[in-house]
Unconditional design. Structure first.
Length: 92
């Protein structure tokens, strides 16, 4: 599903909302999520799941093409953990 598909679904499900307003709404939600993640905050959406930012420490790695040993730098990664409700929906 793409962002355009999400906009179409919002447009279809909310009566009285124009396509442009649906697009603005979806863009605003994504912008808010992105800004929250950039600030290092976790996001919890009840009934859907949690977006959690984790710190990964530096570690040794290997270039698979050359076999050369390299250092993989410290970085932040975003993980998603689905809620129990979403898990149950997927498995029923």
């Amino acid at each position: 599903m793409t962002k355009a598909d999400i906009i179409d679904k919002v447009y279809e499900s909310v009566p009285g909302l124009s396509k442009r307003e649906a697009a603005d709404l979806v863009e605003a939600v994504f912008a808010t999520l992105k800004k929250t993640i950039e600030n290092g905050e976790n996001i919890k959406i009840s009934g859907f799941g949690n977006f959690i930012i984790r710190e990964k420490s530096a570690r040794p790695g290997r270039n698979p093409k050359t076999g050369e040993n390299i250092e993989i730098s410290t970085r932040r990664v975003l993980t998603f953990r689905p809620s129990q409700i979403l898990k149950k929906t997927l498995n029923d």
